[in-house]
Design a protein around this ligand. Structure first.
Ligand code: ACO
Length: 327
C-alpha cells in the first residue's frame, strides 16, 4: 500500500494577474457580428483581458510573486515549480525555467511545463503533490498557470473569439498529513471537437516535400465540447465524491461557460451557490482559469480555512480532472 496516497495538501498562498487591457462584449461586437446580449446570456461572460505588452512570463511572475507573498515562506524552500500552459513564450526554455530565473528561485529545483489545456492547473497541482510525496527534502511547490489565448484565437471567428481571455494564476502548496486528498483524472484523445495545431516553420533541406503549415488557431465544435464538458465534470466530481464519502462545501471549476456549470450542478443535484463563478470578468483563460478562480475565492473570503473544496477542470485533449482537499 502506498502510505502517501491520501496525504492532503495545504494551499499556503495564491495569486493572479491579468493584462491591463479590458475588452468588453461591446468591444468584441466591433470586430465580429455579435452582441453583449448573445455573449452574456449564452456564456456568462461580460469582459475579458487581452495582453498588449504582457507576456506569459510577466503574467506568471506577477501571479507567483503574490502567491509567495501570501504564503510568507522563504523562496529558497520552493523545490518544485510547474507551469501549466498551452501558450508558452518559447518551446525552450520552458516557462517554469524562466520563472525560476525571474522569481530568483534556487537552482536545486524541479522545473518543467505541463500541457493539458483547461485541465492544466489540476494536472500540475497533482503532479506537484506527487513530487513532494517522493522528495521529502522539497518542502514547497509553486504551481503556476499562465495563458495568452489571444495568441491562438481566430479573431474573425465569432464562435470562439468571444469566449477566450488572457491571465495567470498561481498557488504555493505543501503536504499536510492532517488533510484529506482525493483525485480523479482522464483523457480522450480527440482533434475533431477541439483543436489547435502547432505550426512549425519547416526548413528541413532533406525533406522531399514539406507539408503545408496549418493556422495556429483554436478550432472548436462548441456544442460537442459543451456535451463532453457537462458529462466529464459531473462524472469526475461524482467519482471523487465516492472516494471521500460525500460532496464538498465548495466547487472551483474551470470557467468556460456558466451554463456548463449549471447543467453539471443539476445532474449532481447540487446547489449552484456552491459553484464559484468569475467567468464574467475573465472569459475562458484555459489552464489559468481554475488558478485565478481559486485566488479570487481565497482573497474574497468565499472559501475559508478548514472548508472542503473540489477543483474540477475539463477541456482540450480532451482532458478532465477533479481534486478534493481541505483548504
Ligand atoms: N454572437 C452571435 N451569434 C453567435 C455567436 C456570437 N459570438 N457565436 C455563434 N453564434 C450563433 C451561431 O452561428 C448559431 O447561429 P445559427 O443557429 O444561425 O447557426 C447560434 O448562435 C447558436 O449557436 P450554438 O453553437 O448552438 O450556440 P450555443 O448555445 O451552443 O453556445 C457556445 C455556443 C457558447 C460555444 C457553447 O456551445 C459552449 O460553451 N461550448 C463549450 C465551449 C468550451 O467549453 N470550450 C472549452 C474549451 S476551450 C480550450 O480548451 C482552449
Amino acid at each position: 500500500m502506498n502510505i502517501t496516497q491520501n496525504i492532503g495538501i495545504r494551499i499556503c498562498g495564491t495569486g493572479s494577474s491579468v493584462p491591463t487591457r479590458t475588452v468588453t462584449n461591446d468591444d468584441m461586437a466591433t470586430i465580429v457580428e455579435t452582441s453583449d446580449e448573445w455573449i452574456s446570456t449564452r456564456t456568462g461572460i461580460s469582459e475579458r483581458h487581452f495582453a498588449d505588452q504582457e507576456t506569459n512570463l510577466s503574467l506568471g511572475t506577477e501571479a507567483a510573486e503574490k502567491a509567495i507573498a501570501m504564503a510568507g515562506i522563504p523562496r529558497e524552500e520552493i523545490g518544485v515549480v510547474i507551469c501549466a500552459t498551452i501558450t508558452p513564450d518559447n518551446i525552450v526554455p520552458s516557462q517554469a525555467c524562466l520563472l525560476q530565473k525571474s522569481l530568483g528561485l534556487t537552482e536545486q529545483i524541479f522545473a518543467f511545463d505541463i500541457c493539458a489545456a483547461c485541465t492544466g492547473f489540476l494536472y500540475a497541482m497533482h503532479t506537484a503533490r506527487s513530487l513532494l510525496c517522493t522528495m521529502p527534502e522539497k518542502k514547497y511547490a509553486l504551481v503556476v498557470a499562465s495563458e495568452l489565448l489571444s495568441r491562438v484565437t481566430n479573431f474573425a471567428d465569432r464562435n470562439t473569439c468571444v469566449l477566450f481571455g488572457d491571465g495567470a494564476g498561481a498557488a504555493v502548496i505543501t503536504l499536510d498529513e492532517n488533510s484529506r486528498y482525493a483525485f480523479d483524472c482522464g483523457a480522450d484523445g480527440n482533434t475533431e471537437v477541439l483543436y489547435c495545431p502547432k505550426s512549425y516553420h519547416n526548413t528541413n533541406p532533406f525533406a522531399a516535400s514539406l507539408p503545408e503549415q496549418p493556422e495556429q488557431q483554436v478550432k472548436m465544435e462548441g456544442r460537442a465540447v459543451y456535451s463532453f464538458a457537462v458529462q466529464a465534470l459531473s462524472g469526475s466530481i461524482r467519482r471523487v465524491a465516492d472516494q471521500v464519502g460525500g460532496y464538498p462545501e465548495h466547487y472551483i471549476c474551470h470557467q468556460a461557460n456558466a451554463r456548463i456549470l449549471q447543467a453539471a450542478a443539476k445532474q449532481l443535484k447540487e446547489p449552484m451557490e456552491k459553484f464559484f463563478l468569475d467567468i464574467a470578468k475573465y472569459g475562458n483563460t484555459s489552464a489559468a482559469s481554475i488558478a485565478i478562480a481559486l485566488d479570487d475565492c481565497v482573497r474574497s473570503g468565499a472559501v475559508k480555512r478548514g472548508e472542503s473544496v473540489m477543483l474540477s477542470g475539463f477541456g482540450g485533449g480532451l482532458s478532465y480532472g477533479t481534486a478534493y482537499f481541505t483548504f
